[in-house]
Design a binder for this molecule. Structure first.
Ligand code: CDP
Ligand code: CDP
Length: 230
């Protein structure tokens, strides 16, 4: 199907649009590397919190980030998240806590953090053959990607997906209006920040996933891949 042997595919969009699930599935089916750039911003956020550095101390954060090592190893098992190591410590679980989720947009807005992580992402993508997902992949990290997709869904649909995920994890006390507020707040912070805000690249294809299953979205993107090669 893929004529470009080592394509770069960029998938951007807000929280809960389906980026990681669909990117991972596509990478698995097409034999490409899956790059979860949000995991990198989460890893730095975890590190800053672990060191007890205030979120607005940009100088101390820059120093910490500069010397940090971050490694991602995607699993072959679609059900398992990417293994993430910061300074050799496995923080795969820690980076998904509500506290990290709450703080990550503040850390991701900082210049030193973005500079370091974008460079690292571009190293991962150097050889091509990659599906990278995040907020600024098509607009900033891989502006020359072979295909750019901008996944969206309403706040309500995304909050419902999150509540379903939480229920699966055994959570019983779920506050849907609060989940909607948290998602809307992160959308706001990510799309109004000065550096590489969340926005659709002019050459990206927008895909609303409100009424589409994971399989349907995956199929549509495969069609776009085929179409982009004609
Ligand atoms: O999985 P979820 O959609 O909740 O978020 P994520 O993809 O893990 O990203 C976490 C946060 O990292 C986002 O809310 C952004 O603040 C930041 N991020 C970013 O600024 N740029 C990226 N390319 C990816 C994530
Ligand atoms: O990475 P992102 O935050 O954009 O979203 P995700 O973590 O891939 O998806 C959030 C949840 O929505 C997961 O449980 C997906 O299985 C689910 N989902 C869905 O039910 N239908 C879709 N079309 C896309 C995602």
């Amino acid at each position: 199907m893929l004529k470009v042997k080592k394509p770069i595919i960029a998938i951007d969009g807000p929280a809960g649009a389906g980026k990681s699930t669909i990117s991972r599935k596509l990478a698995h089916e097409l034999g490409l590397l899956y790059l979860d750039t949000g995991a990198m911003y989460r890893a730095i956020t975890w590190l800053v919190m672990d060191k007890g550095i205030p979120l607005d101390d940009t100088h101390a954060i820059a120093l910490e980030v500069e010397k940090a090592t971050i490694e991602l190893s995607p699993s072959d098992d679609l059900k398992l998240p990417v293994t993430v190591r910061v300074n050799q410590r496995d923080v795969t679980k820690e980076i998904r806590t509500p506290a990290v989720t709450k703080n990550v947009s503040h850390i991701a807005a900082q210049k030193a953090v973005r500079a370091k992580l974008v460079k690292l992402q571009q190293v991962y993508g150097k050889q091509g053959g990659i599906i990278a997902e995040g907020r600024d992949i098509g607009t900033n990290v891989f502006t020359n990607a072979n295909l750019k997709i901008f996944l969206t869904a309403s706040v309500n649909a995304r909050a419902k997906r999150r509540s379903h995920d939480l229920r699966q994890q055994g959570e019983t006390n779920i506050d849907l209006p609060q989940l909607e507020k948290d998602i809307a707040q992160r959308d706001f912070l990510d799309s109004t920040r000065e550096l590489a805000p969340l926005q659709q690249a002019p050459d990206a294809i927008a895909l609303n996933t409100d009424n589409l299953s994971i399989e349907e979205v995956t199929e549509k993107i495969k069609q776009f891949i085929a179409g982009s090669e004609k």
